[in-house]
Design a protein around this ligand. Sequence first.
Ligand SMILES: Nc1ncnc2c1ncn2[C@@H]1O[C@H](COP(=O)(O)OP(=O)(O)OP(=O)(O)O)[C@@H](O)[C@H]1O
Ligand SMILES: [Mg+2]
Length: 452
Amino acid sequence: MTDIAPEIHVLVLTDSPETAQLVSGLLEQAEGLKVHTSRATGGEAFTAVARHRPQIIVLADTLEHPPAIVASLDATAPEIPLLVILSEGDVAAVEACSLLGAGAVLLKPFEQQRLVGAIQLLHSRELRRRQFMAPAETAAGAPRQQRPRVVAVHGAKGGVGTTTIACNLAATLHQLTGRRVALVDGDLLGGDAGVLFDLTATRTMAELVPELAELDAESVDSYFVQHSSGVHVLLTPKELQRAEGIQAADVQRALNGLRPYFDYQIVDTPSYFLPATMAVMDEADLIILVVTPELAALRNAARFLRLVAQLGIPSEKILLLANRADAGRQITPDVLEEHLLQPIAMTIPHDGKAPLECMNAGELLVAAYPRSRVAVGLHTLAGQVAGQFGWQPQGQARGVRQTPGGLQQTPVPAGGSPFQRLIKRWIPAGRIAPRQDLPKDRPVFSDQVPAS
Ligand SMILES: Nc1ncnc2c1ncn2[C@@H]1O[C@H](COP(=O)(O)OP(=O)(O)OP(=O)(O)O)[C@@H](O)[C@H]1O
Ligand SMILES: [Mg+2]
């Protein structure tokens, strides 16, 4: 039996009878497309959209300025992807149409293949987006479904993928558990969670902090922007002067004050040790330490682990994650474990395409490339994090390290390689004991909200 893919319904909106004939002729030659046409102006477009319920709209040669029609279609039928055909060199219209909601713009002249390809691409993107639509969740004021948890995601050094992992983990946790998940941008000065989610906010951590005492179930969501994945995102202010005014204690109070309203708060942190970074670590129930197979990352991860050990933070609160784990020939997950004296709980492979493409398209990787190896790794991570706090993933083996395929283990020559000499120089051996002079009642990983 052969699978017959359902037809994609395309509505061509144009005020030129010649264009209507030409475009619909090109589309009808392609398999799997069902074409309808209508005039673009005079209200007929909206009637046609309601009647045909197309999956894709193609807009070409209109009497009215195309960006104006794009804006009205985006306002009335935002769920239908829009492909706009414009004249070659009409840069201003390209820019305006993209800003106002067009999913893609095609410049004349083009071949049939490009037109059909663009339609298929838009359609499959929309299908993927819907597949990842948020499951229902409880409201801010409803009793939490679990003890609220704060999960800090921290990079051993800059650029190791911390923000990518934090944002995608938040979305995947919500998708997996259906619980209320917040992503808090704790990288106050350099935070780019907004870029990853393609979101801007008028209210941020700077507005939240002075209002913490008044915070309640009605007001809490006004500080967050809800992403289409269902994640509630708390951004850091755009202006550095305002971000600089947020104190470490404010961050900790905010995370603690938000606990009653979220089952999970995933906090993206900077890789440098600002007081605010340590405040997040103090408030966290779990720290995901992201390390990549680079000597500098390994060195800093070792330093971080020694610091937290010295501060009396138990190693069970740290989940070691190797990102781009298969990218290093010398530093394999086993080498990381050997020198960090801690098991790698999770490995995520290197992917030269999807993470970068998603960042530059304002799309979440787990939504845009759900079957990529990075997305699969992030799903496993979400299951592991939720599982650690008592949620039981269905039919999934737990506690298994996910090792990426094709990992090369390089034999070490007798007498030690240059790399081993570098390791000796930069990575101290042996465990470190907690400092004895710490006050006994120092709050470490405060867990102050009682179990529900
Ligand atoms: N598994 C991966 N494979 C390939 N590229 C990746 C992977 N994870 C993240 N990246 C890419 O690495 C770059 C840095 O990612 P990201 O901004 O998330 O890192 P970061 O640690 O938060 O950086 P910063 O220190 O600037 O905050 C991005 O281009 C991202 O797309
Ligand atoms: Mg970052």
